[in-house]
Design a protein around this ligand. Structure first.
Ligand code: DUC
Ligand code: ZN
Ligand code: ZN
Length: 471
């Protein structure tokens, strides 16, 4: 049976208009006024907004770290995404194995049976040689049209500048996008060693040993390398005012550079790390200062930053204490591993389900973003940049029927009990939100109906992505 979404206000990245949506099979087949509903399954969206399903292009699921693993796997993290209105995610494949293809197969074996929304992959390039450069050709064949490089994590993930230059050259030839984690690994290692030697072990030292200027100069370094290779560059998890300055500078010079930020860098600061439960805010890059929050807000509202993603990578605050998840008690070692030593606290925080409701309440409702900008930043731009548009991120005939029916009046006291992440805390505990997804469809099927979960592991499809696009 076909489905009709009736009487909703459709919000796209460029307009809002009242119309009905006919869904046949997995696709939107028609958009129009007063569509005939006889014989159709009708979803009444009177008084509601109809948004494209969200696209979160930066998540880490089932990621091993510091002897434990991030607590959301490809089922639980994607379920949480869906409850927050997000129907597509892109996860990162670590480069642990050789050849590159073996990493893709191994990660796909973990993801496919569990996936509850549609998903794609980026490939981390953390070791480079002639063989790896040749093997990168398999990436676009497999629909992986972006690679991530790091200027930090010396001896683990970092590539040297000359290696990043070579990755960009190959990426440019293949037409794929280079994403960069921009921090200064040398300075970080030095400052961490000094802090530990001086007995400075508390969480705030995580931020103090990762200076903002390292991020700023590393963004400029990335832009310079992109300029010299004519490559497309995307700066991940932008967190510092100066990074926005550098991105604007690069774009003003005609370089093919874009960037994303994440909600945690818009709302929190280094001060949060000083709280007794400060380890909840530990991720890399770290929380910064209020001026950085403000400049990042300006970046997304002016359009100099193109995407809001999450860097979702949760760990329990106290992994010794089990929590109930789908009727079972589950404990996964987490932030307590770094009690007394900030360098041992697993890096990362929950966010995939929070992104859209929190950004609606504190972005749209505060007038910082228009509804169209909200859709652009959370749905359409990420789909365009990462080769998913117009299949994803759009409400158009022929697009996948991934839809979030949004109740702009719904008020929610948010927190760990509402968010569906598999962890024991939420950064937005007790925040009042107004505007929340009520019904979420994935390729024409309702997977979230109010508080009810209708999705299933294995129902999410792997997205072979097209080549990236510059915005
Ligand atoms: N940063 C984190 O905090 N966690 C996972 C990966 C990353 O870049
Ligand atoms: Zn990163
Ligand atoms: Zn990340």
């Amino acid at each position: 049976m076909a489905t009709i979404i009736k009487n909703g206000l459709i919000i796209t990245d460029s307009e809002s208009y009242q119309a009905d949506i006919l869904i046949e099979g997995e696709k939107i087949s028609l958009i129009g006024k007063d569509l005939n509903t006889s014989g159709q399954h009708v979803i009444d969206a009177t008084g509601k907004y109809v948004l494209p399903g969200g696209v979160d292009v930066h998540v880490h699921l089932d990621l091993p770290m510091f002897g434990t693993v991030s607590s959301d796997d490809h089922y639980t993290g994607m379920k949480a995404a869906a409850f927050g209105g997000t129907t597509s995610v892109i996860d990162f494949i670590p480069q642990d194995l050789s050849p590159l293809r073996a990493n893709i197969e191994a990660w796909q074996a973990k993801a496919a049976p569990k996936a509850a929304v549609d998903y794609g992959f980026h490939m981390n390039i953390t070791r480079l040689n002639e063989q790896v450069k040749k093997e990168m050709a398999v990436l676009p064949e497999e629909g992986i049209t972006s690679v991530k490089v790091f200027t930090a994590y010396n001896g683990r993930l970092r590539l040297q500048d000359g290696e990043i230059f070579q990755v960009m050259r190959v990426a440019r030839e293949l037409g794929i996008l280079t994403m960069m984690h921009a921090e200064n690994g040398d300075v970080i290692d030095l400052l961490i060693a000094e802090a530990l030697a001086q007995g400075k072990h508390s969480p705030e030292w995580h931020a103090r040993t990762r200076p903002s200027w390292g991020a700023v100069e590393s963004v400029l370094r990335g832009e310079a390398l992109a300029a010299q290779t004519d490559a497309m560059l995307y700066i991940v998890h932008m967190n510092v005012a100066g990074e926005v300055d550098q991105l604007e500078y690069g774009r003003s010079k005609g370089l093919h550079v874009m960037g994303e930020t994440c909600p945690q860098y818009l709302f929190f600061t280094e001060e949060d790390l000083k709280r007794p439960d400060g380890s909840k805010w530990i991720c890399s890059p770290p929380m910064r200062a209020i001026e950085d929050n403000q400049r990042l807000w300006e970046g997304i509202s002016k359009g100099s930053i193109q995407v809001v993603s999450t860097d979702h990578c949760p760990f329990y605050f106290n992994g010794a204490q089990p929590i109930e998840y789908e009727g079972k008690m589950v404990a996964i070692p987490g932030k307590e591993l770094g009690k007394g030593d900030f360098t041992q606290i697993p890096n990362g925080l929950p966010g995939v389900g929070d992104r859209m409701p929190v950004m609606w309440s504190y972005g749209v409702n505060t007038g910082k973003l228009s509804m169209q900008q909200f859709v652009a930043l959370h749905c359409t731009n990420p789909a365009k940049v990462f080769g998913l548009y117009p299949r994803k991120g759009a409400i158009l005939p022929g697009s996948d029927a991934d839809i979030a029916i949004w109740d702009p009046q719904k008020e929610v006291r948010y927190g760990v009990k509402v968010a569906q992440h598999r962890t024991d805390y939420n950064l937005y505990e007790d925040w009042m939100l107004k505007g929340f997804p009520e019904t979420v469809l994935l390729r024409g099927e309702v997977i979230v109906n109010g508080k009810e979960w209708l999705g299933k592991p294995g129902k999410g499809q792997y997205l072979k992505r097209s080549l990236p696009k510059m915005l």
